[in-house]
Design a protein around this ligand. Structure first.
Ligand SMILES: [Mg+2]
Length: 313
């Protein structure tokens, strides 16, 4: 049985992200501090169990040895309208690396142009979430490379199929990062990812927590970017601890996303200063303001019970 008292909160987002306008997360405190269980609502028990493993480890285990204090942060922009870009960028002070969710070149190139109006020396990480087929990927990536020469840091998960990713390396100049591919290869030999990508995007909760992530990082043997799964500041602080402990960190991390919430669960939040965050233990002193109704609290309890009942943890 789950041994901790669970506080479920619903945090309003300032912009629609992944099609949601608020994010439900379940928080609890263990001997090592506060932790977070927040798989997206639609995830099944099997996938959620991995997040629960991360959450339990975060509550019970001391953080790994730190190799650095501050973590460089990339700005994170959803696939938004051009008129929102300025306001979104202002939430990420000093961040020169800008990650944008994109669908295509034709419309979304405007987003990059708008970013450059405000940050002329910005460089871009374009996250496609595996949506392109091979031909679309070649065409879009080459268009982006041509128009924004020298400004594309990498393309994140342009295609899902391994053979497409492999072929892309021959047809385009851009560095490729894998994200979704990593979770797909959890049960297989992850060292194969090195043949299709230059960078591994690692997320604390979806990969089962700090020790699992560190093990995986060693096996993948690629430079790493730690990114969030739109967690509250509690989950983000665990992601930051992971980033602090990794020898082969590639560069800025996608761990600034707590600013995309209208409000935080703490009065003492993680703050981006000069494009960096200094990690600290987060105490959620504002839980009462965002508590969900009893039916949602029960839903989350049932969700955890189901994971135990199915023997997934
Ligand atoms: Mg991604």
């Amino acid at each position: 049985m789950f041994p901790y008292e669970l506080s479920v909160v619903a945090l309003p987002l300032s912009t629609n992200f992944r099609g949601v306008s608020f994010r439900e997360v379940a928080l609890f405190e263990g001997p090592a501090g506060w932790s977070e269980f927040s798989p997206f609502i639609e995830y099944d028990s099997k996938e959620s169990a991995i997040w629960l493993k991360a959450a339990l480890e975060g509550a019970m285990t001391k953080e790994p040895t730190k190799l650095r204090e501050e973590i460089g942060i990339n700005a994170t922009l959803p696939n938004t309208e051009v008129e929102n870009v300025k306001d979104l960028l202002s939430k990420f002070p000093g961040c020169k690396t800008v990650k944008i969710k994109i669908n295509d070149f034709k419309k979304d190139r405007e987003l990059l142009i708008e970013v450059l109006r405000h940050i002329p020396d910005a460089n871009f990480r374009l996250d496609v979430n595996g949506q392109w087929d091979f031909e679309e990927a070649v065409e879009n990536i080459n268009n982006y490379e041509k128009e924004f020469e020298g400004k594309i840091d990498y393309i994140e998960q342009p295609c899902l199929k391994m053979e497409d990713l492999l072929e892309l390396r021959k047809k385009t100049e851009s560095k490729i990062a894998v994200d979704e591919s990593i979770r797909k290869h959890l049960d297989q030999d992850p060292s194969i990812l090195k043949t299709v990508a230059d960078i591994a995007v690692i997320k604390w909760a979806p990969l089962g927590g700090t020790s699992s992530a560190l093990e995986l990082i060693e096996k993948i043997d690629l430079p790493v970017v730690i990114s969030s799964a739109l967690e509250s500041s509690i989950g983000i602080s665990h992601g930051l601890s992971l980033a602090q402990s990794i020898p082969n960190l590639y560069g800025a991390c996608g761990l600034g996303t707590a600013v995309l919430f209208k409000s935080d669960i703490t009065s003492n939040p993680l703050t981006i200063i000069d494009g960096q965050i200094k990690n600290k233990k987060i105490v959620p002193d504002l839980i009462d303001e965002f508590k969900v109704k009893p039916d949602r609290q029960i839903w989350w309890h049932n969700r955890i019970n189901q994971i135990y009942q199915e023997g997934l943890i």
